[in-house]
Design a protein. Structure first.
Lengths: 111, 116
């Protein structure tokens, strides 16, 4: 258990509104990741962080931004939510064997 | 670019039988790691097993083993003595270890259903 907590666990929001998802870890891991999971696509990387204030884009970063002001917190913001961003979002950190440990996921619905 | 392919969208297996879930990968990095994750209906991602590209032996973890064939670029997951609790989505993933891109790349997954 890598002590990863995602909040909220479920959210329904309206198109065009900003949304922020939070990931909190207690293991002092340097690397943190945000993925989205959609049917038929597995998990796809949105953004990742390799340290405080150090972030970079993944393969599906359009419409998303991230921030990491503290080691333990990694925030994902949907600047203006669209229906195509309805998905399950997972935060992950990196373990000792380089495996990823995941949070429990956030189910986001944009209506 | 790295890529993971899982060609079996769904699989059925009888309880107590063994099952193999297929995974092929593509990478130009000679140093990489291969992972399998289980996602039950409750939604959490559970790490199962890891294989490094330079590991001489196939990885095993309890009832899970990874059939690693480097020349064929395949990393199949073998579950022995299937149990009803093994019913879940299974994802194969890879990380390239020399490129600096540490994030995992996932396949599209295989849904396994274990029948009594």
């Amino acid at each position: 258990d890598a002590g990863i907590t995602q909040s909220p666990r479920h959210k329904v929001t309206e198109t065009g509104t900003p949304v922020t998802l939070r990931c909190h870890q207690t293991e002092n891991h340097r690397y943190m990741y945000w993925y989205r999971q959609d049917p038929g696509h597995g998990l796809r990387l949105i953004h990742y962080s390799y340290g405080v204030k150090d972030t970079d884009k993944g393969e599906v970063s359009d419409g998303y931004s991230v921030s990491r002001s503290k080691t333990e917190d990694f925030l994902l913001t949907l600047e203006s939510a669209t229906s195509s961003q309805t998905s399950v979002y997972f935060c992950a950190t990196e373990g000792t064997n380089t495996e990823a440990f995941f949070g429990q996921g956030t189910r986001l619905t944009v209506v | 670019a790295q890529k993971i392919t899982q060609t079996q969208p769904g699989m059925f297996v009888q309880e107590k039988e063994a099952v193999t879930l297929d995974c092929t990968y593509d990478t130009s990095d000679p140093s990489y790691g291969l992972f399998w994750y289980k996602q039950p209906s409750s939604g959490e991602m559970i790490f199962l097993i890891y294989q490094g590209s330079y590991d001489q032996q196939n990885a095993t973890e309890g009832r899970y083993s990874l059939n690693f064939q480097k020349a064929r670029k395949s990393a199949n997951l073998v579950i022995s003595a299937s149990q009803l609790g093994d019913s879940a989505m299974y994802f194969c993933a890879m990380r390239e270890l020399d490129t600096g891109r540490r994030a995992l790349t996932f396949g599209s997954g295989t849904r396994l259903q274990v029948q009594p």
